[in-house]
Unconditional design. Structure first.
Length: 472
């Protein structure tokens, strides 16, 4: 074992022990919150498991043994797991170990969904569930600021300890911020979602909290511009008006106008800082360059989508297995070779990621797996949509729930050109499932409160009729 591997293993053991100690105490919410905050920051990150994977399994096991783990959307989760197991039967036997590891890692995302759901039910108020997102976001912003300072192609190294080194930014020929999630696309997707969460919170916050969230939103916008990711930026531009329209009754015409003007001003300031004071100001140059298409396929995906489509045709229903054979894996195994010669002009030396969630799912877990995953997201959206109709969104919790009906479509649209659940972006997948778990946890709290209120009013009304008086 190398010193680097030993170092990573030591930190992994420490992380699991910390979670064990926290979970063994009286405050289960502290252990769950610690896990959710640490998702983007992997103290252990190997091809076999990351620190958040280990902590998720350890914490879920403890809660399950103690009988404290509450389940939500269990049928949808079971269907997803079954789809992955069915796909596993089609996998190359030579890749058996990596397929098992891939399923093990992906199931940790589903477990984190349940843990986040439990966290939202344990905390005193629904605001705490959103505050945990802000706590994580603050650390992500600090991480990205340090990356911006060191510049393109560089990696910030805390205290000069290489084992603590941050992810390396894109090279100077393509200067783009990669963030803690390891690539510009997923980091941009994260910023897009969190900017919308910040905007929702600004509807309710005041004083110091309002100033903090406003500054946080500004740094998220700065980070989004620095990623140079056009998809995330355009989705934000499209979804921000949708959010204002959704909350038009709660905000009123005056506040909607304030949000539009204020949002434009904050974006202008963040963009100016990114362009003038960092080396990561390519966003608007990239936006000015319209992506051309070849046969309806964007040129940026001209060498990935056709490869995926040809492979999908071979095993359309169950796919070829959850694990995706990459260039790095092939090179490590000494099997890097030319493939897809039958496609004529398209000639690649490895199977590239298709850079589309839907093609990625079809390629790996087939039509069955694609439908299972989409069914999960649809079910989550449907539950949030029902809960958001309970009453006016003037309640903070219901506003967050209603925002969820916007966040899920925004996320799924972004995934047309990204894959959130491949092994190299597992931490982002865990964040997405954690976010949905928090949304559903808050939705169930609000539904329970609304039901209790209705029951109370019914009982009060019955007493009034019986005794001919008001509330006793």
């Amino acid at each position: 074992m190398t010193s680097s591997a030993a170092w990573l293993l030591s930190w992994g053991i420490v992380a699991v022990l910390v979670i064990f100690v926290l979970a063994s105490g009286a405050k289960r919410s502290v252990a769950l919150g610690a896990l959710l905050i640490l998702i983007p920051f992997q103290t252990v990150d190997t091809r076999y498991a990351s620190s958040s994977v280990l902590m998720a399994y350890a914490l879920a096991t403890m809660l399950l043994i103690s009988g404290e783990l509450r389940f939500r959307m269990l049928p949808a989760l079971i269907v997803v797991v079954l789809a992955y197991l069915l796909s596993f039967t089609q996998a190359d036997r030579g890749l058996l170990v990596m397929n098992v590891i891939t399923i093990f890692q992906f199931v940790s995302c589903l477990i984190i969904f349940l843990l986040a759901y439990n966290f939202a039910g344990l905390v005193k108020t629904e605001k705490t569930a959103v505050d945990i997102l802000f706590a994580t976001n603050s650390l992500v912003v600090v991480y990205c600021i340090l990356q911006l300072i060191v510049g393109p192609g560089e990696s910030f190294v805390p205290f000069g300890v290489e084992e603590f080194a941050f992810n390396s930014n894109r090279n100077p020929d393509d200067p783009r911020l990669v963030g803690p999630f390891g690539n510009p696309g997923t980091t941009a997707g994260y910023f897009t979602l969190m900017i919308l969460v910040c905007a929702m919170d600004l509807m309710f916050s005041s004083g110091g909290k309002r100033l903090f969230v406003l500054i946080l939103a500004g740094f998220n916008l700065l980070g989004l511009v620095a990623t140079g990711n056009r998809t995330g930026f355009l989705i934000l531009v499209a979804m921000f008006p949708v959010m204002l329209f959704t909350f038009r009754r709660e905000l009123g015409a005056k506040r909607v106008t304030q949000f539009v003007i204020g949002g434009t001003l904050v974006l202008a300031i963040a963009s100016t800082v990114a362009v003038a004071y960092t080396d990561f100001g390519r966003m608007f140059n990239r936006l000015a360059t319209v992506t051309q298409t070849e046969g309806g396929v964007p040129t940026t995906r001209a060498e990935t989508w056709p490869v995926a489509i040809e492979k999908i045709k071979e095993r359309p229903w169950l796919g070829e297995g959850p694990y995706f054979w990459t260039e790095e894996d092939a090179e490590e195994a000494g099997q890097l070779r030319t493939e897809f010669e039958e496609l004529g002009e398209l000639d690649t030396i490895f199977d590239p990621y298709p850079h589309s969630l839907y093609l990625y799912l079809l390629r790996t877990v087939g039509i069955v797996g694609l439908l299972a995953v989409l069914w999960f997201f649809f079910q989550a959206w449907r539950h949030l949509s029902r809960a958001s109709r309970l009453q006016s969104a003037r309640s903070y919790g219901l506003a967050f729930v209603r925002l969820g009906t916007i966040l899920i479509p925004a996320f799924l649209i972004a995934q047309i050109t990204l894959e959130f659940n491949r092994r190299t972006t597992l931490d982002y997948a865990q964040f997405v499932f954690a976010l949905i778990g928090l949304l559903l946890g808050v939705a169930d709290r609000e539904r329970h409160d609304a039901t209790a209120e209705v029951d109370y009013k019914s009982r009060t009304s019955a007493r009034s009729v019986e005794y001919g008086s008001g509330v006793p």
